[in-house]
Ligand binder design. Structure first.
Ligand code: AMP
Ligand code: MG
Length: 415
């Protein structure tokens, strides 16, 4: 198949722009509360009523008229007991000289303008109809007026926001048990190479286990996608055509292997034959230069290099932002953070270096150290790191003490 070895490599920024411009945002769909977690909200959520919806006590104690307790102690007549959940309409009014026992969250009776906390009261032996108040209160103490937290119609959550646990609580509190969320991309993962054997097998002489397929599936799922592992395709045009054709039915197809310059690197040719428009085939990134990106209709195709470390980097830098954009994230890329290098980074200038690294908070800030690696085939290097340290394309050496950009990976706190 014809090759074009002189195609210019795009910069990482240019390539990411091409990827994101080609990436559609999936249509919104409805989700129930537990499934909405981790998705992107696609509608504005407003308060359905005032919160609190009635004047309520914030403490266990006594609903009182504050003017009665200007100079404690004072004995008050007990009107009634008001547990949380009582209908505010049926409450006995508090008149001067009286008090009702009230629980946290219970409605405040008419006439009361403060709550005396229970610790500031004493029972009167043998007389449950009275109570002794031992401290002063001011009007408004220990209570919340209707609407003090939120007004009906207030916007509580904006569209575009990721739904985490606090957002789930807001939705539940407002009775929104079904909400509009961004779609979850369906991602097919295909590993290519004659040398590949399934992970559960003992590879024959010359073979290796397929680690990229499970790697890419796990990364795509962690990004929020649902995945379909298509397994292994041989370096054979007919087999590739059949399996790639299958993968093109999903929102994205993530391939690994077969995108370099070797005789058996057939992927780009097969993609073209299947009508995939190739948008670029090279990026000035290390590792990961032979990264092929294309689309057919609304389906994106990521042809990742076969080397496992390259695969990891290409997914993180290009595929993950695309999947996040599909899901509706307004800023789908990871935001780099600055960290101080604790060991030098060396590289041959020309390509932006994405170094597997360990980041940790130390003293006042973030430190980062590249992990030892023998190169892009060193699959164990990815597991040694928790971050990618980015060295600009024009840098040859970044000394210890330099500040550089770092991408913290999903589970960096646990690794
Ligand atoms: P390729 O991009 O097909 O030339 O592959 C580059 C290197 O990555 C070769 O050493 C392959 O054996 C290795 N490789 C390719 N695919 C996988 C895979 N799915 N799992 C682990 N290593 C792979
Ligand atoms: Mg190969």
């Amino acid at each position: 198949m014809p090759k074009s070895p002189d195609v210019r490599a795009l910069s990482v920024e240019e390539a990411l722009r091409v990827v994101l411009e080609a990436t559609p945002v999936l249509p919104a769909e409805e989700a129930g509360l537990p499934e909405a977690a981790g998705r992107v909200l696609r509608e504005a959520i407003r308060a359905d009523r005032d919160y609190p919806a009635f004047d309520k006590s914030l403490m266990d104690g006594w609903a009182v008229v504050a003017a009665d307790l200007v100079s404690p102690p004072r004995v008050l007549e007990v009107a009634e007991e008001i547990p949380a959940g009582r209908d505010p309409a049926g409450l006995r009014p508090i008149v001067p000289g009286s008090a009702s026992r009230i629980m946290t969250g219970a409605p405040l009776p008419p006439g009361a303008d403060a709550v005396l906390i229970v610790e500031d009261s004493e029972p009167i032996a043998g007389d449950p109809a009275t109570v002794r108040a031992t401290a002063a209160v001011r009007p408004g103490d220990n209570l919340a007026r209707r609407g003090a937290d939120l007004r009906r119609g207030d916007v509580l959550l904006e569209p575009g926001r990721r739904i985490g646990a606090p957002e789930i609580a807001v939705l539940a509190a407002c009775g929104r048990v079904r909400v509009s969320v961004g779609g979850r991309p369906r991602v097919a993962v295909l590993s290519t190479g004659d040398e590949l054997a399934p992970p559960e097998s003992d590879p024959p002489p010359g073979g290796i286990r397929n680690s990229n397929g499970p790697l890419l599936s796990a990364l795509a799922r962690a990004a929020g996608a649902r995945t379909r592992d298509l397994g292994i395709a041989r370096d054979d045009a007919a087999e590739l055509e059949r399996m790639i054709g299958e993968g093109l039915r999903d929102d994205a197809l993530i391939l690994s292997g077969g995108v370099s310059m070797g005789e058996r690197d057939l992927v780009a040719g097969v993609l073209r034959a299947l009508g995939v428009e190739i948008l670029f085939e090279k990026v000035a990134i290390k590792p990961g230069r032979p990264f092929t990106f294309g689309r057919r209709g609304a389906t994106l195709v990521f042809g990742c290099p076969g080397n496992p470390v390259s695969c990891h980097v290409v997914f993180e830098v290009f595929a993950r932002p695309a999947l996040r954009k599909m899901m509706g994230f307004p800023r789908p890329e990871r935001r780099p953070v600055r960290a101080v290098l604790t060991a030098p980074v060396r590289q041959r200038p020309g390509r932006a270096g994405y170094h597997q690294a360990r980041a940790r908070f130390a003293g006042g800030g973030l430190e980062v150290e590249p992990v030892p690696t023998t190169g892009s085939a060193d699959f164990a290097a990815c597991a040694r790191g928790n971050a990618l340290a980015i060295a600009p394309a024009d840098a040859a050496v970044l000394e210890a003490g330099f500040e550089i950009d770092v991408l913290l990976l999903d589970d960096h706190e646990d690794r």
